[in-house]
Every structure is written in structure tokens, then in C-alpha cells.
Design a protein around this ligand. Structure first.
Ligand SMILES: [Zn+2]
Length: 254
């Protein structure tokens, strides 16, 4: 029994090690500072560091947008950075200096950090079905930018949004009823759409989603003097984005 067990264990161990190595190869790339799309041949996870205060200070709103665009390209190309999450968790315990605040829909098909190839301590993510703002989300954004130094607010809507469809259909159900009143101004703003204005028309749903992103950006500026002032001074940018469920691509509205 013992004689046959040991060689079998050795073969199993070699197979596991080999398959782990092949899984990490091809997912590697260099870090943000010199980001390219070309994979390297490293065989261990990239020791990416958590962003520091001085690194955050050196960022500009435009450089963060560029980092997001490059990260989204890696996501689309199935070339996400392999990260040592345990090391990042330990590093990040000392403090956080994130690059941006992303407001996303609740939708489970949008893994926000992955969509931009971001790691622990990299971005603040606020999520609510229909990506609108209320007092609590505005307070969170003010914390993210004014207190914690983030350079960008990205409001990200998406294709075929269920919350937008429900707002179009004027769904009444529990707390969803009140939630949808925050999205319905975008439906009202979309009445210039010439064709079928129902939730069954994908083009109309997408049109309302984009108007909802615009409304959210306007609401941020109208209801947060702190964020408007930071945007006016060029300390932050507040922009919209639109996520394609089919391709994973984010189109930025700048
Ligand atoms: Zn949605």
C-alpha cells in the first residue's frame, strides 16, 4: 500500500504544480506605470503594491481615466493582472489612497474591480440598482474625494439594465417602488425617443440608461457643492461610462 501511494502522490503533486504554473502564465503584465498589453513570462503572481499617499498625489483625473481605459482593455483581452491578494490585504491594512470612486449598478454581471483590472485599495465602489445618487452615496463620494483624495468619479450605467426596465414599466413592489422614483426622471427625459418607448425595446432601454447616467452626474454637481467645487478647480473629474454586457467594454463619456 505504502509503496504505490508515494509515487502516486509525487505524480499528483507535479501535475498540480504544473497546472498552477500554466494558469498564471499569460495572465501577467507589467504594472500601471508602464502598462502595456503584452504578457510577460513571470511564473509567480505580480507583487503589486497598494497605492501610497505620494503615488495618489501624483495622479491626475486624466491619468486615472487612462489607467481605467488600459485596465478595461486588459479585462476585455482576458489579460487581468495576477495579484498576490494576501500580501495586498496585509499592505492595505495600514491605510488607503484610492484612485477613484466608481458608482455602478447592482447588476451581478459587472465585477467592477475586474472590469478595470484594479486591486485591493485601488478604487472605492458604490453600488445601487440604477446607479443613482442619494444623500448617502453623495456623502460616500465626498469622503472618497475630499477626505481620501480620489481623483475621479465614474458613474457607470450598463446595457440591458433591469432597474431601468423596471422604471420604464413603473413597477410597484415593496421598497423597489420608492427606489424607482430615483430613476424615473431619466424615463421622463427620454420621451423624445422616436420609436417604441417600452422596456422590450433594447435601444430605448439603453437610451434611458445613458440619460440616467447624465442625470446622475448633474445631480452630483447640483447636490454636492464640495464635489462641484473640486471639479471646477480641476482637482477631480466627474464622468460617465457605459458597460457592454456583450463585450465587457466600457465606453467613456468625457
Ligand atoms: Zn442595472
Amino acid at each position: 500500500m505504502k509503496k504505490s501511494f508515494l509515487p502516486a502522490l509525487a505524480i499528483f503533486t507535479i501535475t498540480v504544480i504544473a497546472s498552477c504554473q500554466s494558469a498564471t502564465e499569460g495572465e501577467q503584465h507589467v504594472a500601471d506605470t508602464s502598462a502595456t498589453n503584452s504578457p510577460t513570462t513571470m511564473s509567480t503572481p505580480l507583487k503589486e503594491k497598494v497605492l501610497t499617499a505620494s503615488e495618489q498625489k501624483a495622479l491626475t483625473p486624466d491619468s486615472v481615466i487612462q489607467i481605467f481605459k488600459e485596465g478595461n482593455r486588459r479585462f476585455m483581452n482576458n489579460n487581468l493582472t495576477a495579484r498576490d491578494h494576501s500580501a495586498l490585504v496585509r499592505d492595505a491594512a495600514a491605510g488607503q489612497y484610492p484612485k477613484a470612486v466608481v458608482l455602478s449598478c447592482l447588476d451581478s454581471r459587472i465585477p467592477v474591480e475586474d472590469v478595470f483590472d484594479r486591486g485591493i485599495g485601488d478604487i472605492f465602489v458604490a453600488r445601487v440598482a440604477g446607479n443613482f445618487v442619494n444623500e448617502d452615496i453623495l456623502g460616500s463620494m465626498e469622503f472618497g474625494c475630499k477626505v481620501s483624495g480620489a481623483k475621479l468619479i465614474l458613474v457607470m450605467g450598463h446595457e440591458s439594465c433591469g432597474a431601468i426596465k423596471a422604471a420604464i414599466d413603473n413597477v410597484k413592489m415593496g421598497n423597489i417602488t420608492a427606489m424607482l422614483t430615483k430613476i424615473q426622471p431619466a424615463v421622463v427625459a427620454s420621451q423624445d425617443f422616436k420609436q417604441d418607448r417600452t422596456s422590450k425595446n433594447k435601444e430605448f432601454v439603453d437610451y434611458v440608461s445613458k440619460n440616467n447616467v447624465k442625470n446622475t452626474i448633474e445631480a452630483i454637481k447640483a447636490k454636492s457643492p464640495i464635489l462641484k467645487d473640486m471639479a471646477d478647480k480641476g482637482e477631480i473629474k466627474i464622468i460617465g461610462g457605459y458597460y457592454s454586457l456583450e463585450t465587457g467594454e466600457v465606453t467613456f463619456f468625457e
